[in-house]
Design a protein around this ligand. Structure first.
Ligand code: SF4
Length: 250
């Protein structure tokens, strides 16, 4: 990022396929780069793209190519045009990645202007708590991952997640954990206890990992068992698979 510009991957309009806002229409602004390397990742790439893909008409996949870095004004102008064309259709602007918080300086600069157009929803892997503390005044919703070792292959992140969640709870936060057939009981219990320590009413989404053929990767009864375990100390535990993949949405 420099002089109000940033390397972005794409800006598009689609249906939110995961979590508490599933089914709602959102604008998605995807930043490049991530600090983790999850085994199930479908967005990771090492090199930032030379060009950003910007949807001209919301939801029609008529992408314009724009050389990176893209100026904030270009993104804001496009969002304003979308809102004029389809007023009220977008629930919020999803800031996604990769891990958007690695661009926290850019976000500090961009979010006040973008939030004047749409409420801001941050999708994050829930690790970079120092970065979160800088941008949280500009966030309306946070969808925070807890990376379970069994499904993500990432280890040693519990303390980072705990610190992150304490800051995230200053706004509306939902927690999401991708679960697989390998996920063990202690991981579900530790996740639930960590959330309960901050606030037992925070929504916890258990998201079955999606197999290559698009079907959920855990047995139905195992999903119920996990929900029961987490429900011992949380009031709102939901099992929601990724829906955008079987709907063929972006
Ligand atoms: S945190 Fe998200 S973007 Fe980063 S590697 Fe994991 S799944 Fe991929």
């Amino acid at each position: 990022m420099n002089n109000g510009s940033a390397s972005i991957v794409e800006l598009f309009s689609s249906i939110q396929g995961e979590g508490v806002l599933v089914g709602l229409r959102q604008a998605f602004l995807r930043f490049h780069g991530c600090n983790l390397a999850c085994e199930y990742c479908d967005t990771r790439s090492d090199e930032p793209p030379e060009e950003a893909l910007l949807e001209e008409t919301p939801g029609r996949q008529d992408f314009l190519r724009e050389r990176n870095p893209v100026p904030l004004e270009r993104v804001a102008r496009l969002l304003q045009l979308w809102e004029s064309a389809l007023p009220g259709i977008h629930h919020s602007l999803s800031i996604t990645g990769g891990e958007p918080l690695i661009n926290h300086r850019c976000l500090q600069e961009w979010l006040p202007e973008l939030r004047a157009i749409l409420p801001v929803y941050l999708e994050t892997n829930g690790i970079l708590h120092h970065a979160l503390s800088e941008v949280i005044p500009h966030l309306d919703y946070i969808s925070m991952d807890i990376k379970l070792p069994s499904s993500s292959g990432c280890t040693g992140l519990w303390e980072e997640h705990r610190r992150f969640l304490k800051i995230a709870a200053r706004t509306t936060v939902f927690v999401k954990a991708v679960v697989s057939a390998e996920t063990e009981d202690w991981e579900i219990l530790r996740t639930a206890e960590m959330i309960a320590e901050v606030n037992p009413r925070i929504t916890c989404i258990l998201q079955p990992v999606t197999r290559a053929d698009g079907t959920p990767g855990i047995a139905p009864i195992r999903a119920l068992e996990m929900q029961e375990m987490a429900g011992r100390c949380l009031t709102d535990v939901r099992v929601i698979p990724q829906t955008h993949k079987f709907m063929g949405q972006l």
